[in-house]
Ligand binder design. Structure first.
Ligand code: GLN
Length: 308
């Protein structure tokens, strides 16, 4: 196994190597505030189960969590309503862009999986309907997982999404028309945008997801965050759907459960080892960070982390 000082040096080398690729992507601008982020920034962090965090570059610079938030919300919903969730959302890859609407009409308001927008909006409905103060419950959950109170929802990102969220509103109303959303749509969207607007950095994000690499138990305090079965299920969904319409390619190249967000972050879970978070804002046409994908791909290859 690579020694700690070697891992830090490796992260530095890979970062230098991959950073120039940022010019190949484009920073998301359909949420206008996100387009103001400096495109050349890059960070990477690896949190291991023994509590060590290795990092390089802008690993303590906060970014917008965006769709990576879908993981936390999903775990909260699974914990609250159990198997009932799987009657309202499926667990299949969509083969469509993350915010696609067509499939939802054909499939009668049942989203393909909980990590495309439709599925995550449904999960937000579960949180609104089953937690008394669902927005703060979400933040409390992440803060508890990474042991830092500093994590917050960025009000500018939240408002920017709210003002430009017509497609997400359309998804929510379509599901409501099929009877698959319980709460009022504006309330559900507020919850969803609030989750996406979470500001967090690579080190915090890697640490907070360690329970998924450790059968549901958060290693720093041995707290059971979700059942072993649910940790397995989340990883399974991330493996097949977490990188949207590039999930097959990611499994083919990297072989780890992963999730991307349009803020430029990608997380990868390495069971029994730890969590990798890479961040670089410019995205490819699938909405996945170009540099973060390459960084994780090279690191997984170098350390032999693939599950397959
Ligand atoms: N908030 C974004 C949206 O709803 C999240 C999408 C993403 O990160 N892929 O479009």
């Amino acid at each position: 196994m690579t020694q700690p000082h070697q891992l830090n040096a490796l992260l530095d080398t890979l970062l230098q190597q991959c950073q120039p690729l940022y010019v190949e992507g484009k920073v998301a601008d359909y949420i206008p505030v996100l387009s103001q982020v400096e495109p050349e920034q890059v960070g990477i962090a690896v949190a291991t189960l023994d509590g060590t965090v290795y990092s390089a570059g802008a690993a303590t610079q906060a970014f917008s969590l965006q769709s990576v938030s879908k993981i936390f919300a999903l775990v909260m919903a699974m914990n609250r309503i159990g198997d009932e969730l799987w009657q309202r959302v499926n667990m299949e890859p969509s083969g469509q862009p993350f915010n696609s609407i067509v499939q939802l009409e054909w499939e009668k308001g049942i989203p393909r999986n909980p990590v495309i927008n439709a599925g995550a909006i449904l999960v937000s409905d579960v949180l609104v309907s089953h937690y008394s103060a669902s927005k703060s419950a979400f933040l409390t959950f992440i803060r508890r997982l990474c042991g830092e109170e500093a994590i917050y929802a960025d009000p500018q990102v939240y408002l920017s999404e709210l003002e430009h969220g017509n497609r997400n509103a359309a998804l929510a109303y379509l599901m409501k028309s099929f009877g698959n959303i319980d709460a009022e749509v504006p309330q559900v969207l507020e919850q969803y945008f609030h989750q996406c607007a979470t500001a967090i950095n690579c080190e915090q994000l890697a640490r907070s997801l360690l329970f998924l690499a450790n059968r549901g138990v958060q290693p720093h305090n041995n707290e059971q965050i979700c059942s072993r079965r649910d940790a397995h299920r989340v990883n399974a969904i991330l493996s097949t759907s977490g990188m949207y319409d590039q999930s097959g390619e990611f499994a083919f190249k990297v072989g780890l459960p992963a999730k991307s967000g349009v803020g430029g972050a990608i997380i990868a879970i390495v069971p029994q080892f730890g969590v990798i978070t890479a961040w670089s804002p410019p995205l490819n046409r699938f909405g996945n960070s170009v540099v973060a994908m390459q960084l994780i791909s090279l690191l997984a290859d170098e350390l032999g982390l693939s599950l397959f």
